[in-house]
Structure formats: C-alpha cells, structure tokens
Design a protein around this ligand. Sequence first.
Ligand code: BG6
Ligand code: MG
Length: 216
Amino acid sequence: MSLPKACIFDLDGVIVDTVPAHYVAWKAMADELNIPFTEEDNEHLKGLSRTESMLKILELGNVTKSENEIADYTTRKNNIYVEIISKMTPQDILPGVLDFIQQLKDNGIATAIGSSSKNTPTILKAVGLDTTFDAIVDGNQVTHSKPDPEVFLKGAAKLGIKPEECVVLEDAISGVEAAKRGGMKCVGVGDPSVLGAADVIVPDLTKMNLGILRNL
Ligand code: BG6
Ligand code: MG
C-alpha cells in the first residue's frame, strides 16, 4: 500500500516504558491477596482498563471481592503507579520514538495517541509530549477498553481520517486485536511470540521506518 494517512500510537510500552511500573503496582495488590502474579500474567493485562485488570487478577486467584473492595484495590494500585510515573522525564521516552514521529511529521502523516490509560495526560506532560500529537484519545474518553476498537476509532474520527488509512502501533495482545477489529493495519512492537496477530512486528521503534509502513 502507499503510506498511511495517520499513525495511532499506544502509549504504555510503545512511547514510554511504563510496563514495569504497572507490574510492580499490580504485584503489590496481588501479594496482599496471596495471588501468584508473574510478568507473563501481566502480559495479558496490557491494554485492559484499570478495573478490568483488577478483575483479571482476582480471576487468576479465584478470589471474589465486592465492588467497593475492587475500587479500593484499584485506587491503591494507582497511587503506587502514579508515585512511580510522577518521576518520569523526557529521558523515559523509548528509543526511536522521537525520530520516527519526526519522520511521520516530515511526510505529512498525522499522529495520535490511542491509550486505555486514564493517566495519559500526566505521562505525556511528564515526558514533554503533551503537544506533540494531532489527537489524543485515552481511558478517560472511552466506554469500552481494548480489545474493543473504540479508542482507535475515536482517534481516527478526531483526525478526520478513515480507519483503513490508519496504522496502529501496539505492544499489547488486546491492542493488536482492537486495531484489527477497527479495520486498521497494526505494527506489533515487541515479542513476535506474543504479538503474532499483528501485520508486522518490530522489537522497538528504532527499527521502525516509512518503508515498513509502505509495505503493509
Ligand atoms: C494501558 C496499560 O495502557 O492502560 C494497562 O497497558 C493499564 O496496563 C491501562 O491497566 C489503564 O491504565 P491506568 O493508567 O488508567 O491505570
Ligand atoms: Mg501498551
């Protein structure tokens, strides 16, 4: 295909390396509940909303909690997480991100963020990317989180570009599924054994370029 008209980026794990911070914070909650929780388990939480992630952890341990208790765990998890991300600086932008965004801008390709995270505005501000993207859709603006395509479809609509002219960049299994369900091409960022459903997979954005976009 020719070059797409837009690239929609997932945030956590694609633009910034917040995956370990999410893991540490969820692990603290899982430990309290005596639920074994590994980094592999965490892989399946990526892209899910905060509440859905908590429900998955409870499911892992076959534990039931009331709605109020679930709200309390997710609030405390977020407090731990925010404490970590509040120390982020532009140094925490992942390798290759700034160069690739510049290539897109130089070629008139629109850029957007499509993230499940309600902390998106805080993170973008902390790393100095709050005015970089043409559109931002985050967890505060969607009803259904990934693998539902809502976040990406809203991103395309905000840009005024058809879904089939957008490419999504994702590190989560749920995010790749969301992109495909939204009728978009998807670049998986990370491990091919995890992101097999993506159209193409790169280990990180240092390996990303316009040639890959053109060949999708
Ligand atoms: C996604 C992350 O981007 O955002 C998930 O991959 C996270 O791990 C989700 O649970 C929601 O994030 P937040 O910041 O609103 O708790
Ligand atoms: Mg992600």
